[in-house]
Design a protein around this ligand. Structure first.
Ligand code: FES
Length: 105
């Protein structure tokens, strides 16, 4: 995960409800913002199996399941949890600052 870069505003704090999601394109990269148990996560919205969007994936606990072929990833670490993907998902640091949700790019 990145530790240096630019913090980009992606939402107002509270705009995304708990268990909600929002996709935003940041400099050509689709980023999926998730709010689970009132913690925000940011993962690349592009499954590493066939580059399809994950934004309609089923979330259970810390795992998101790709709606296309069922690959699973940890939303905290991006780690692959189930095939057919075998490459981890890029993830991004998230913070709430001045009542805005920000992602480090
Ligand atoms: S595109 Fe996600 S599992 Fe195939």
């Amino acid at each position: 995960m990145k530790t240096e870069g630019t913090w980009i505003d992606v939402a107002l704090d509270g705009e995304i409800p708990n268990l909600g999601r929002k996709t935003i394109n940041i400099e050509g990269t689709p980023v999926l913002i998730l709010r689970v148990d009132n913690i925000y996560y940011a993962i690349e919205d592009r499954c590493t199996h066939e580059d399809r969007p994950l934004n309609e994936g089923y979330i259970e606990g810390n795992t998101i399941t790709c709606p296309f072929h069922g690959a699973q990833f940890c939303i905290k670490t991006g780690e692959v949890k189930a095939p057919p993907a075998f490459v981890d998902l890029p993830i991004f640091p998230v913070r709430v600052y001045n009542q805005k949700v920000q992602v480090l790019i």
